[in-house]
Each structure stands twice: as C-alpha cells, then as structure tokens.
Design a protein around this ligand. Structure first.
Ligand code: NAI
Length: 241
C-alpha cells in the first residue's frame, strides 16, 4: 500500500475513472466511489490495482449526506488519511427554464453541488489534521458561460466554482489547495446522445475532449501544482476563449 490516498467520486466510468487511473499512475491508492454499477466499479478497481497501487470501491450516493458521512468515516477509519479528493460525480436533467420541473432542478443541484458540500466537509476535517490536501472540483464551461437548456446544471457548476474559490481562501493557511476543472464537450456517456458534429466547428482544436484530457489536468492540479489554488482551468479545446 502507498502512503497517499485519493478519493474520486463517480469513478466507475467516464471522466472519474480516467482521473482515478491517472492518480493511480502518480502512485496514489484510490477509493473508487460509485452510485450503482458495482461491476463497473470493480473493473475500475482491478485496472487500478494492475498499476501497482491499492484500490477499493465504496458505494454511496453523493447527494445523500447520511450515506456520505457513513462512508467517509469508514474510509478514514480504515486508511487514516485522504490526500486528494476529486468531486467528480454529476448528472444532467436538461430542459428549457420555463418548463423545468422542481424535481429536475433539485436533482441536479443536489447531485452536482450539494454533493461537494457533503463530501468535502468530512474530508477537509481530516485534511486539516494532516495540514495538507488537495481538492479538485469538476465544474464545466457552462458554469462559466451559461447554456440555454441547462439552467439547473449551469447554476450547479457556477456554484461549484464559487465553492472552490471560497474554500481556497478558507483552507490555504492549513496547507489545503482547492481548484476546479471546467471541461468542454468530452466523449463520455453524458454526451453520447448529443449530435457532437455540430460543436466541433466551434472548437479551435476541432475535436471533442477525451476523459484522459481532463484527467491529466486534474492530476496536475491535485499533485503537481503546489502554488496554485482557487483556480478554474478550462479544458475545452478552446471552446470558450
Ligand atoms: P458520466 O455520466 O459518464 O459519469 C458520471 C458519474 O457520476 C457516473 O459514474 C455516475 O454513476 C456518477 N454519479 C452520478 N450521480 C451520482 C451520485 N448521486 N452518487 C455517486 N455517483 C454518482 O459522465 P462524465 O462525463 O464522466 O461526467 C463526470 C463529471 O464531469 C460530471 O460532474 C459532469 O458534470 C462533468 N462534465 C462532463 C462534461 C462532458 O462533456 N462529458 C463536460 C463538463 C463537465
């Protein structure tokens, strides 16, 4: 077992899985959080272990404070520390604002924004004791620019950016850095139903991003960027320059 532990939420697939693998390559043991697909989570755990570090899957719903508190307490009891937290889990429930249901508003705010409050609070507690730690929040370019049809999602991601900057100010003196990544269009299950050919025209790099493009930047912010905190790094092929 290595001495450093990273917790990645929503890590059984997509961007979260790529982040987990990238942090494993950097020598971190990994906690793979997942919501429902135990088989996919276990496959991720095996892929991480093949890189020579330890990994374990923990099922909890990041939007449920009780489940989060119970699982984080178990993780801390077992491993004694958390060095990196990637708040990655997220969902979309798109629709025009005037037709948006309260249910879809709440689901997206709870899963994408309140989750970061629930998960970060107990993690920051142990990071404060360690006097070190790094948090990376998975925002989105639409949290910076807004997007028609995504009032709930844009508000949640903009909220994550505000949370990132505030925690950076509150926790810097404790040796804890907090940054955000704002991906553009990335090839994952979340974007598989979009006609992405329409978007590449507006992307200077003329392609969608891959989960690994995001993971490399997450690893940079979490592991290498010792003097960077409170920043939002857009990783979007130039989409919102
Ligand atoms: P994805 O749908 O493949 O992955 C999302 C992950 O979050 C899944 O593993 C899912 O099970 C997990 N999750 C959802 N609700 C959860 C809950 N309540 N508790 C625990 N886990 C939960 O999509 P993708 O693209 O990998 O998304 C990852 C993050 O990146 C999300 O926060 C998303 O908003 C963000 N993002 C994605 C972009 C894209 O173009 N794909 C663009 C900008 C941001």
């Amino acid at each position: 077992m290595s001495e450093k532990l990273a917790l990645v939420t929503g890590a059984s697939r997509g961007i979260g899985k790529a982040c987990a693998l990238e942090l494993a390559k950097a020598g971190y043991d990994i906690i793979v959080n997942y919501a429902g697909n135990a088989e996919a989570a276990e496959k991720t755990v095996q892929e991480i272990k093949a890189l020579g570090v330890d990994a374990a899957a923990y099922k909890f719903d990041v939007s449920n404070k009780e489940e989060v508190d119970k699982s984080i307490a178990e993780i801390i009891e077992k491993y004694g520390r958390i060095d990196v937290l990637v708040n990655n889990a997220g969902i979309t429930r798109d629709g025009l604002f005037m037709r948006m249901s309260e249910e879809n508003w709440n689901a997206v705010i709870n899963t994408n924004l309140s989750s970061a409050f629930f998960v970060s609070q107990p993690v920051v507690k142990i990071m404060m004791k360690q006097r070190s730690g790094a948090i990376v929040n998975m925002a989105s370019v639409v949290g910076v620019s807004g997007n028609a049809g995504q009032a709930n999602y844009s508000a949640a991601k903009a909220g994550l950016i505000g949370l990132t900057k505030t925690l950076a100010k509150e926790l810097g003196s404790r040796g804890i850095r907090v940054n955000a990544v704002a991906p553009g269009f990335i090839n994952t299950d979340m974007t598989k139903d979009l006609d992405t050919s329409k978007f590449t025209e507006f992307i200077p790099l003329k392609r969608l991003g891959e989960p690994e493009d995001i993971a490399k930047v997450v690893k940079f912010l979490a592991v290498d960027a010792d003097y960077v905190t409170g920043q939002v790094l857009e990783v979007d092929g130039g989409l919102i320059i």
